[in-house]
Design a protein. Structure first.
Length: 511
């Protein structure tokens, strides 16, 4: 018998679907329910590698952590990684299968994937008591409904009840709820069970008359009003926006342990991916992290981070056009710290040969590390473990570029001292490993080196545990659901589906 299920949709992108899905997962697992997250199709540059070597969205990996289960490709069977405004790499069941334009994907490929997506969901439902699914964008995107596999398409195929989340902080939430409902076909409206208000500030009693009117208009209940909360440190899904909302702790509010703070500038390169790598830095007391796009913003930085990117050659061109490349070269000459991660590591090298990603051929890098990079069609997807700066470190690799290190010092090695990855020359470091800074001992050792090179009297805290902070944040999400949602009604939805007899709200989807 299949387990229960629920689809968390939203009136817009960034309405809070990922947060609510994670919160419901954490609430359920604390009740002893065996639960898993699911998102049929995800568009994100923030991704993660499962233990079996499959690439999925980081939001689903975070939700799996909320559910206290191991992430799996079943939880995100289709991942789209934008390479431009018009095309994306398609990752199917954790492996890249090619590049498609938006027209090519929505014009036929997407609809063909519905059976795969439904199959993955059913496999999860056969193994778990409940599966909490996350939608994408809005379920009322009527231009895309025919080929939809992530919102009402999957809801109708799997007979999932749908809860629509609205961000009241943006305004217009009642109109958004009503309009979303009224633009769905009758068969889809039968599954739309009700609404959840997110990011509310103020006295809920002042909102209640509107919720009552919404129920009178639509016949559907509101399942909760979640208050606005600062500093909810979860992984961002959308790598196209520059934001520090993914930070685990708002570092500017946390006093340093030593006499100085440490200022970290992250270059906001085009197609930036896995910028969640700097969350662990922002979690440290006294570390101030900001994203920058101008050369003058590097002047007072103690550490500059070049993050991952889906467009290494494009990022290199962007750095040169903005004067950031010259500023980085000057920093290196002055012995001031620079860290490159994945695509950022490749940019720091001497030469890039790319006939895969940009098809630009041979391109000169910044020349700060003795590294030559050649792009291969086969993508490296791995979960390596090693040692660096005398500390245990682990991470995950997602890259087409293969680095040939011809000099300098090795950065990450195995337990026999043989180099595994990366390179260091003076105060310039590079590695392909995402997530390495989440290792507490390694992060502290690295920050001590940065502080010494920068001449700062900064001291890393001895008790900061990134894993514990992440667990605290996931518990906060569970608390939001438990304290501010109608959990009895939510469980009835998950177990029994949408209530029968929900009224049709005209006009419905255009024919």
């Amino acid at each position: 018998m299949s387990g229960g299920g629920l689809l968390v949709a939203g009136t817009t992108s960034d309405a809070g679907k990922s947060v609510v899905t994670a919160g419901i997962c954490r609430w359920l697992v604390r009740q002893g329910v065996k639960v898993a997250p699911f998102k049929g199709q995800n568009m994100s540059l923030n991704s993660f590698v499962t233990r079996e070597g499959a690439e999925i969205g980081r939001a689903q990996a975070m939700q799996a952590q909320a559910a206290r289960v191991e992430p799996s490709a079943l939880m995100n069977p289709v991942l789209l990684k934008p390479g431009s405004d018009r095309s994306s790499q398609v990752v199917l069941m954790g492996k890249p299968v090619g590049e498609l334009s938006a027209r090519g994907y929505h014009g036929g490929r997407q609809a063909a994937l519905l059976d795969t997506v439904v199959g993955c969901l059913e496999e999860l439902r056969g193994s778990y008591d409940a599966v909490i699914c996350e939608g994408a964008g809005s379920p009322a995107e009527i231009n895309l409904r025919r080929t939809d596999i992530v919102n009402m398409g999957i809801a109708r195929a799997a007979r999932l009840p749908v809860l629509v989340v609205g961000d009241i902080d943006r305004g217009g939430v009642f109109a958004s709820f009503f309009g979303t409902t009224a633009l769905l076909a009758p068969e889809d409206q039968e599954l739309l069970a009700g609404y959840l208000v997110n990011k509310f500030r103020g006295d809920v009693s002042l909102l209640e008359p509107g919720l009552d009117m919404l129920k009178d208009l639509t016949g559907r209940a509101t399942y909760g009003v979640l208050p606005f909360q600062h500093g909810l440190g979860i992984d961002e899904e959308d790598g196209l926006r520059v934001s520090l909302r993914g930070s685990v702790r708002e570092s500017q509010t946390t006093a340093p342990v030593g006499e100085d703070v440490l200022r970290v500038a992250v270059c906001a390169v085009p197609l930036m991916s896995n910028f969640t790598d700097v969350d662990a830095l922002a979690a440290e007391p006294g570390v101030v992290v900001r994203f920058v796009d101008r050369a003058e913003e590097l002047v007072d930085a103690d550490l500059v981070v070049l993050p991952g990117t889906r467009g290494t050659v494009k990022a290199l061109q962007w750095l040169r056009e903005r004067g950031l490349a010259d500023a980085l070269v000057r920093r290196a000459a002055e012995g001031r710290p620079v860290l490159g991660i994945c695509g950022g590591f490749q940019v720091l090298g001497e030469r890039i040969e790319d006939d895969v990603e940009s098809r630009a051929g041979a391109v000169d890098g910044l020349g700060l590390l003795p590294v030559r990079v050649r792009f291969e069609r086969e993508k490296t997807l791995a979960r390596p473990v090693g040692e660096a700066l005398g500390e245990h470190v682990e991470g995950y690799e997602i890259h087409h570029g293969v680095a040939e290190v011809t000099g300098g010092e090795g950065f990450i090695s195995d337990d026999h001292g043989h180099s595994l990855d990366g390179c260091r020359v003076g105060s310039v470091w590079g590695t392909h490993w995402h997530g390495s800074l989440e290792a507490d001992g390694f992060r502290r050792a690295f920050l001590r080196e940065v502080a010494a090179a920068a001449g700062r009297r900064f001291v890393p805290a001895t008790d900061t545990s990134f894993g514990a902070l992440r667990e605290e944040q996931l518990d906060r999400l569970g608390d939001l659901i438990e304290e501010h949602a109608d959990t009895d009604a939510l469980w009835r939805l998950i177990e029994s589906g949408a209530p029968s007899g929900l009224p049709f709200i005209p006009p419905g989807a255009p024919a």
